[in-house]
Ligand binder design. Structure first.
Ligand SMILES: Cc1cc2nc3c(=O)[nH]c(=O)nc-3n(C[C@H](O)[C@H](O)[C@H](O)COP(=O)(O)OP(=O)(O)OC[C@H]3O[C@@H](n4cnc5c(N)ncnc54)[C@H](O)[C@@H]3O)c2cc1C
Length: 461
């Protein structure tokens, strides 16, 4: 009997899921498949915090599919091989998936599509993750944009994205397809369980709840988004990465809600996500080498000691340590603080941005290849439309500006909790510096000058 495989990837949702909608519309029995493919990504296998998210997100997806009378079929291994075997096993003669944009996924999917099509299998691929495909928004001469603002202007000049698709009313499931047990994948940490501080609920419903909560205060987003001590942002990033909610759903919910400045600013951030996806698509080396080739000559410092202090939140610079501890405890870090900790690593410590990118990859629940690579390169000054290298964040001034009373620092660095506001971002100047908190591992002025000298040594354009 004919059937169709719907291959779930970064689209762990039932609503506004074009591949699932296609499968449901076909009326054929559907195998809802998820493959844990550790082989294809090579160096970019999913990090530990992302695996935690994946476990819970798959459990939520399975529960939603069960309510519809079926469930998710789990298989582990090389996705292309597994799909070909599953087609034989189930007699499926068609497959649908929503596109992914990591270079390894693009290569795998293209080869698989060609092979299956040659065998007479109907392959349907859809856009379920972006407002626009990376090849759709180009300059007037047809080349990809290198600068964000005109890119976003061009995207916004297009007609509104289509209305999101509803959850299929009826899904006709293929019976009797064997599945791995999710717990056997051991995606969750055991000893030690470092996820105790993860204050997240993965899954499609939680994603919509988060969006709904955020819409209640979107008007203040323009200023609140920079204050790490308040919940001023949407915290949608892991939900968007795993596709528990689509950007199209976010877009329409925001537009229907109201049309404040906060809303425009917020949609602009969704725009950065789009921009970074098209950057990676057109520059697949982005996570591995500098977009601006002059930076290949950068003389990075090798210091395991400094790098370890940074990862452990023990640099002696409060806002940096608060950020790194928030990351470790919750699997997420506020955007303003991501910029500060990245700048500190790359500039004050002169450590290669790729090392920081790797650490984020392993520890963020929203680790996302395009967003992570493009933002690290943005801070490094080597990316497309990047901050100039010589603009070096002073972490003390950043702390004083965006966390003036130290709400954020006190939460994550309890050793400093009783310091007066005046010294919260420079405890080394307090009359009695806290004994259990380190002094800065680098003199900020010396680190800054060293970074500027390294930058000046790069070849000129
Ligand atoms: C060094 C560094 C590394 C980063 N790594 C990642 C990463 O791996 N994954 C990731 O999703 N984001 C990354 N970001 C971007 C940003 O910090 C997060 O998307 C944001 O903090 C998520 O919180 P939020 O959902 O509350 O954001 P909101 O402010 O509510 O923004 C809404 C959405 O817009 C998108 N967005 C916001 N800011 C950016 C941005 N600067 N670039 C691209 N998209 C953005 C995200 O999808 C986010 O969920 C990184 C930023 C820096 C500086």
């Amino acid at each position: 009997m004919k059937s169709i495989i719907v291959w779930f990837r970064q689209d762990l949702r039932l609503s506004d899921n074009p591949a699932l909608a296609h499968g449901a519309k076909s009326g054929l029995p559907i195998v809802c498949l998820y493959v844990l493919d550790d082989e294809t990504p090579g160096d970019w296998k999913m990090g530990d915090a992302s695996q935690w998210w994946l476990h819970h997100s798959l459990a939520a997806l399975d529960a939603s599919l069960r309510k519809k009378g079926g469930g998710v079929t789990l298989r582990r291994g090389n996705a292309a091989k597994i799909i070909k075997a599953l087609m034989r096993e189930t007699g499926a003669d068609s497959i649908a998936w929503n596109r992914c944009y990591e270079p390894f996924a693009v290569a795998r999917d293209a080869a698989l599509k060609t092979e299956l099509t040659e065998q007479g299998i109907a392959v349907t691929t859809c856009n379920g993750s972006l407002l626009a495909e990376p090849w759709e928004i180009t300059t007037q001469s047809g080349t990809p944009f290198k600068v964000y603002t005109p890119f976003w202007k061009a995207l916004r000049a297009r007609p509104e994205p289509d209305a999101p698709l509803r959850t299929p009313a009826k899904i006709n499931f293929h019976a009797d397809v064997k599945s791995d047990a999710l717990k056997d994948w051991t995606l969750l940490p055991a000893k030690p369980d470092w996820s105790k501080g993860f204050d997240w609920t993965p899954g499609e419903k939680a994603a919509h709840d988060a969006l709904h909560d955020f819409l209640g205060h979107i008007g203040g987003y323009g200023t609140a988004r920079d204050i790490p001590g308040v919940d001023g942002t949407s915290r949608l990033s892991p939900h968007l990465h795993f596709g528990e909610i689509s950007p199209r759903q976010v877009w329409h919910a925001v537009r229907d809600h109201n049309h404040t400045q906060g809303a425009d600013k917020f949609l602009g951030e969704i725009g950065w996500r789009e921009f970074n996806h098209q950057l990676l698509f057109h520059h697949p080396h982005l996570p591995n080498s500098a977009y601006d080739e002059r930076f290949a000559k950068m003389k990075w410092r090798q210091s395991d000691k400094d790098f370890t202090a940074w990862t452990h939140g023990q640099t002696g610079v409060p806002i940096v340590d608060a950020g790194m501890r928030q990351l470790w405890q919750t699997g997420w870090m506020h955007n303003r603080v991501r910029m500060i900790v990245a700048s500190f690593l790359i500039k004050h410590l002169l450590i290669d941005w790729r090392k920081g990118q790797r650490w984020f990859w392993d520890t963020l629940v929203d680790a996302d290849l395009p967003n992570n690579a493009a933002n690290w390169q943005w801070v490094a000054g080597s990316g497309a439309d990047a901050a100039p290298f010589f603009r070096i964040f002073n972490p003390v001034l950043q702390g004083q500006k965006f966390d003036p009373t130290g709400t954020y620092v006190r939460r994550f660095v309890p050793e400093l909790a009783s310091l007066p506001d005046k010294f919260i971002h420079r405890p080394w100047e307090a009359t009695v510096p806290p004994a259990d908190y380190p002094t800065p591992i680098v003199d900020l002025a010396v680190g800054r000058d060293r970074a500027l000298a390294a930058f000046r040594a790069l070849p000129r354009r």
